[in-house]
Write a protein that binds this ligand. Sequence first.
Ligand SMILES: C[S@@+](CC[C@H](N)C(=O)[O-])C[C@H]1O[C@@H](n2cnc3c(N)ncnc32)[C@H](O)[C@@H]1O
Length: 384
Amino acid sequence: MAVVSARGERRIQSGHPWVYRSDVVEARAEGGETVVVLGPRRRVLGQALFSDRSQITLRMLTRGERPADDALWRNRLEAAIRFRASLDPDATAYRLVHGEGDLLPSLIVDRYGEYLVVQLLSQGVDRRTGAIVALLVDLLAPAGILARNDPRVRLLEGLDQHVRVLHGTVPDSVVVSDGTLEYDVDLHKGQKTGLFLDQRENRVAAAGYARGRALDAFSYHGGFALRLAGACDEVEALDISAEAAVRIGANAARNGIANVRAREVNVFDELRRLEKAGERYDTIVLDPPAFAKNKAAVEAALAGYKEINLRAMRLLRPGGVLVTCSCSYNVDEPTFQAVLDHAAADAGVTVAVLEKRMQARDHPVLVGVPESHYLKCFILRRVE
Ligand SMILES: C[S@@+](CC[C@H](N)C(=O)[O-])C[C@H]1O[C@@H](n2cnc3c(N)ncnc32)[C@H](O)[C@@H]1O
């Protein structure tokens, strides 16, 4: 069991699933165990996954007297899978379980066709690996399950980093579809679990505005570039990774797309060069990695966001569209919008907001849990 302070109790009652170490006054449990959580007056508040290493000591699974037993895990997994089916995704790769967003804290499950990729990001779910794999096999009968347990966050839990097949076999290369497009994905070594599934719906939205000459900056495997290609005369896809640039070319060829050109460059340098050279675009996408990985990095991150957005706004022709994203959960939507305001002012251009978007619906955002709203995506139009 674990006893929390009055502040911890208020946090749990507000619906937040995390209790930090500073709000846990007593704990009698081993790391990874499921514990009963008591308030300062010994009232039962619910059950939680306990970590003896992380700053996030408790991850709430239930409220009140409801037990966090095997039936709860099965029900929650079933509910998450049912919800994805109800979205009827026009894709064979999408997120099945999004941790806290599915009330299954620190557990990620992504589907790539007949394969599953899981991430077990706390002591609590790591300890339940066998049971989770058994449930997934029972519910989905996948051909293989891969653990992509390489995120650094596992180190904060005192867990090792590894990539390991947990069930069946998982080939080096898996082909998935997204609408009419096909991607060749390396589940073992690709970024995240192989693809950036959280941008799936934003890519479709972006394609709805795209035209003319387009630039996809921070392209990875060409997710936006390939989507835009059908609506544009030409698309330039930029990424700092040589492997990514090669894969963009391969994905374009696989889909018979001839108007996408990939370049291995640093986007910060390249935007400056393009501006100096007087190049202009009708459509630009900015989808950088999370610049603010922690609170200490926020100031530098905001400067980075402002720099690339300012340059992109100058590179846009009047009437052009900028799709600009931030996946730093330490930078909330109002802060990101303020960066865009300042960038437009300094660039000396007028822009209008066409859409404010977020991560795809298979990555649910929980009301009252701001950390769960990590991806911001603004679609802007340069008015003049
Ligand atoms: C969030 S991912 C992009 C996802 C992609 N837009 C998609 O839809 O699949 C960020 C990408 O930026 C690349 N990157 C990071 N820093 C960069 C830089 N300074 N210049 C160019 N690319 C960079 C990474 O290699 C990574 O592929």
